[in-house]
Design a protein around this ligand. Sequence first.
Ligand code: FES
Ligand SMILES: [Fe+2]
Length: 356
Amino acid sequence: MNIRENAVVSTPPETLPASWYHDRETYDRERNAIFRKHWTLIAREDQLTTPGAYVADDIADLPVFVIRGKEGELRGYHNVCRHRAGPLVKEGAGRCSTLRCRYHGWLYDIEGALRRAPGLELGRDLDPAKFGLFPVRVETWNGLVFGCLDGEAPPLHDWLGDIVGIASRFPSNADMTYKGEVLESGDANWKNYSDNSCEGYHVGFVHKSLGKTIGKEEIDIRPHENGQFVGFDVTYIASEADSTRQGKGFWIYKFPGLLLHFAEYSFNCERVKPVGPGAVKLVRWYWCDDDKAAALGVTAEDAMASGKVVMGEDLGICEDVQRNLSAGIYQTGRMAPTEEVGTIYFQKLVREALEG
Ligand code: FES
Ligand SMILES: [Fe+2]
């Protein structure tokens, strides 16, 4: 037997099929099998401080809104009138004392109960108890508001799993100041962006400045089953290339589309929002402890600018990959088991959700 015959050749994990990154049928399956079953970051509590304050967005392409009730409670509803499916509030943040449908004016209170339907007498023609707004589950954590369309999904804290404990090692949002948002959009499937976000393999090639602050020995990347996320436990290498990254950090990619970045003086979270088979929107919110930042010689604006550069670099390479995934020459590839442990885990979760 020669050495060649004796060699053990293992087969590295196969990537998801290229077609899953651009066909409409997969996208539709994902909406039902993934995004409608999980919690989605939809607002910040600081946007919803007074009764009637609302934020409207969508979850898995379904228009929804969250609103602060009269007793201070947060409620969520589908943004759909019970008459002929008109919209109640416009997308974005606002405030109202009642909810009036923008189509024919049916009126609901901010607790979602039908109060008036012009041309119909409530109690005689319509039982208002049967025509309230469709509810959506809403829960909060660390100043963030999440919505969920699935009544069977676990409570938010269970869904977050080990993330809650990891967050407790870093400053809470309640002790920091909200600084603003960075919005990006790209021509890439959401999984393409997620694949990229779950590994550090590309960092030295794609991120010239960020790459100088991260060494292989200083980053521990591993999947966490309790919460279904990929954790990047990092100790930054001080570098003039990017002074915003110092000391300890922890990045998280939470399945299916939530990024969390904990640092010693700041926090940011990012919603990865699919808006079609080949398009994604990114919404990232920043908090900072200005005193701690000043002690480190940085500002929130520096951190946001650095983050924007990295997001742009990631989206740029993902758009190039998207073109290649859609071109038809590539079907599947193989991944490096140690370097891409996070992406392998992420793709396993996608496969399980779509194939059972
Ligand atoms: S659809 Fe809302 S009032 Fe007609
Ligand atoms: Fe990256």
